[in-house]
Write a protein that binds this ligand. Structure first.
Ligand code: ATP
Length: 159
């Protein structure tokens, strides 16, 4: 399946803007034109919802989420950044594990099972992409995913 990445990213971004009017959402869009990536639209949507959901859920004190979209030669990169509680260094390696939750007591109140990021990672890697996180306790987290771009068919030369 081939999906135009900017189109989906904008859709999810606009939905969250509507759902959380008390948050500031910013979109840094470096793409001049939309880019086709190898993924089902619904799967990309689900990955983005998981990341946005967490960004909102774990940043109640500074309600701001930054989205970025850029490309390299062979891949697009989507960044979802929040300025919330962040993830301790010893937990950061485990947040993509199934059922892993950083603060068991506190996060239970916020709902969730610790499955979202495991699902996101599975999906991204299933499409030969990458997902990674950088985080600092007290200042927030940046999740980045990269997905390979669909290569244009080479123009056939006249024989
Ligand atoms: P759900 O299964 O509903 O997604 P969840 O949020 O607990 O619930 P994950 O999305 O897999 O599950 O996240 C795993 C853990 O990683 C969370 O419980 C939380 O502790 C931590 N985490 C994830 N995203 C963030 C974030 N943006 N900021 C701080 N901590 C985060």
């Amino acid at each position: 399946a081939v999906t135009e990445v900017k189109d989906v990213v904008e859709q999810v971004f606009n939905n969250f803007k509507m759902l959380y009017p008390d948050y500031v959402f910013r979109f840094d869009d470096d793409l001049h034109e939309d880019v086709p990536v190898h993924i089902y639209r619904d799967h990309l949507e689900q990955i983005l919802i998981i990341l946005f959901d967490n960004a909102v859920k774990y940043s109640k004190d500074r309600k701001e989420v930054h989205l970025s979209l850029s490309r390299n030669l062979n891949s697009v990169e989507i960044g979802v950044q929040d300025f919330g509680e962040g993830i301790p260094q010893e937990d950061v390696l485990h947040v993509f594990d199934r059922f892993y939750r950083v603060d068991k007591a506190r996060s239970r109140k916020k709902g969730g099972n610790g499955l979202g990021l495991a699902i996101a990672k599975r999906l991204v890697e299933g499409y030969h992409g990458h997902i990674a996180v950088e985080s600092t306790v007290g200042s927030g987290s940046l999740f980045r995913i990269t997905l390979p771009i669909v290569k244009e068919k080479p123009i056939e030369k006249d024989k």
